[in-house]
Design a protein around this ligand. Sequence first.
Ligand code: ADP
Ligand code: F6P
Length: 320
Amino acid sequence: MKTIGVLTSGGDAPGMNAAIRAVVRSGCENGMRVMGIRRGYNGLMQGDMYEMNLRSVSNIINRGGTILYSARSPEFKTEEGLQKALSVAKEVGMDGLVVIGGDGSFRGARDLSLRGLPCVGIPGTIDNDIACCDYTIGYDTAMNTVLEMVDRLRDTTESHDRCSVVEVMGRHAGYIALNAGIASGATAILIPEIEYDFQRDVIDRMIRTQKTGKKHFIIVVAEGVGGVDEMVKRITEETGVESRATILGHVQRGGSPTVRDRVAASHMGSRAVRLLSEGKGNRVVAMQKDEIVDFDIFEALSMKKTLDLEQYRVALEISI
Ligand code: ADP
Ligand code: F6P
């Protein structure tokens, strides 16, 4: 392959820049021309791209966000949009494309691969909701951000003998909530993967711990469960503990990536370029049991992700 493109798509994630850097540097070192495409599939359809070199990616490994910007592109999902993107790729002589994003973005990569443009996906999303991966770029940084925020909330929650109900991101997945909930010592964790009974899993747990002398409480709720404003009313009414709701929101998507995200992104970027240089498209790079692996994109998209129930059991046992 002589010319490859790289883009970031969907919700941004800390570590995307480290992945771009790895793709550009590996591509250049392997004699490729690397085109940086702005704003995801929108930029591909509009030809909004520039040639990158070793120095285009200097001083970005430490930065959150994405220097290529990101977007969601409904037009790209149509056959017309796909054809537009393919004709731009042909015009600039693009032989392969690296797509950094979530599973929506991978579906786009699959559609391009099927129409003759070999693509490799790199998992970049704070949600950690990609089935073929134990771990996605941005997840670790987001969890650490949540932890810092919840620790701060704990300070004021304790000072006022209150209950803080905190909603964290994750779209339909509860990985951020479960892990950050364990790490922050939450009394209850509500996630979409596990059916809950508010009386049993929140109110009764609070009352039980009140009897042991506990006076302040943290409840972590995944956005896929939602409803935190209603929850605080009910908690105040039924336990007598003054409660506040906090929706952490997009702060979780920003910030300098952690070691884990930078290292994972660097290895994944390098693997993606290696695959393309071997003429292999239609692949997704992933991490499983701390190893970098890759899968056929169809196989990757048909997999189902499970949640570690033992983790939930441990959370229940010790956060009392
Ligand atoms: P993520 O990649 O984080 O899951 P989205 O689901 O928003 O984020 O997808 C990002 C972009 O990928 C969409 O705006 C669209 O351009 C493309 N995309 C998403 N789903 C599909 C699909 N089923 N087919 C083709 N392209 C898709
Ligand atoms: O996929 C990342 C994510 O931050 C989800 O956790 C969240 O549901 C969604 O993106 C928010 O999207 P937007 O940036 O469009 O508000």
